[in-house]
Design a protein around this ligand. Structure first.
Ligand code: G4P
Length: 197
C-alpha cells in the first residue's frame, strides 16, 4: 500500500536494526484518514471471505480494525491484555509471549462474542514473531469458529512471524512489508521487485 509506505518513510523512525517507531500515526497518535484507507484496503482484500467478525488485540490493533469493521459492516472485538473490571463472563484465554518485551501476557475475550458459526478476520498493527497472531488464532479456535485470514498493517519480514503463519497455511495480508531496517533506513520487500524490473 503506497500511501502507508510513504507515511512510514516520511514519519517512521528506525530505533534499531529491528524496531521501527511509528507513534505519529499508528502506535500513539493516530491518523484517522490513513486508518480509513487501511480499513478500505483490508475490506477489499478480504471481501469474498464471508467474514462476520474482526478480532484484534489492544491497543494499537483497534484503530485499523474499527475502520475495517466499518467498511465490512461487522463488529470488532479486541482481546484484552489486562483483566477488566467489567469482563465477568466466561473467558477464552491464550498466552502471548513478547520477544520484544520479554514477557508473557494472558490475553482474553468473552466467549459470548465469537460463536462457532463466525468467520473471523484477525487484524494487528505489527507482525514480528507472530506470537500475538498465534494467540488470537488460538482464541478463535477455542471458540470453534473459523479464521478467515490475518491482516497486518506493518510486517517486519526479516522476523519469523510471517513465514511461520504462512507455513501453517494461514492467509496473511500485510499492507507494508518491511524488508530491512539496516543502517537506519527502511526498505520494503517490493522495493527489490521494482529494482529488478
Ligand atoms: P509478535 O506478536 O509478532 O511476536 O511481536 P512482539 O511480541 O515482538 O511484539 C510486542 C509488541 O511490540 C506489540 O505491541 C507489537 O505490535 C510491538 N512491536 C513489535 N515490533 C515492533 C516495531 O518494530 N515497532 C513498533 N512500533 N512496535 C513493534 P503491543 O505491546 O501489543 O503494543 P500496543 O498494541 O499496545 O501498542
Amino acid at each position: 500500500m503506497e500511501l502507508l509506505q510513504n507515511k512510514i518513510l516520511e514519519e517512521g523512525k528506525v530505533l534499531s536494526e529491528s524496531v521501527l517507531k511509528v507513534d505519529s500515526f499508528l502506535n500513539h497518535q493516530i491518523d484517522p484518514k490513513l486508518m480509513l484507507e487501511i480499513g478500505e484496503e483490508f475490506a477489499r482484500l478480504f471481501t469474498t471471505e464471508g467474514i462476520t467478525k474482526i478480532l484484534t488485540l489492544e491497543s494499537s490493533g483497534i484503530a485499523p480494525s474499527v475502520m475495517t469493521g466499518l467498511k465490512l459492516g461487522i463488529p470488532v472485538i479486541f482481546a484484552r491484555k489486562r483483566k477488566s473490571l467489567t469482563l465477568t463472563d466466561d473467558l477464552l484465554t491464550a498466552n502471548v509471549y513478547s520477544y520484544t518485551k520479554q514477557e508473557s501476557n494472558e490475553i482474553s475475550i468473552s466467549n459470548k462474542f465469537i460463536q462457532p458459526e463466525d468467520c473471523v478476520l484477525i487484524i494487528d498493527d505489527f507482525l514480528a514473531n507472530g506470537e500475538a497472531a498465534l494467540g488470537l488464532i488460538d482464541l478463535v479456535t477455542q471458540a470453534k469458529a473459523t479464521v478467515a485470514g490475518i491482516g497486518i498493517v506493518i510486517e517486519k519480514s526479516f522476523q519469523v512471524g510471517g513465514q511461520k503463519l504462512r507455513e501453517q497455511g494461514w492467509r496473511v495480508e500485510s499492507l507494508a512489508r518491511v524488508e530491512s531496517l539496516s543502517n537506519g533506513k527502511v526498505t520494503f520487500v517490493n522495493d527489490k521487485v521494482e529494482e529488478t524490473i
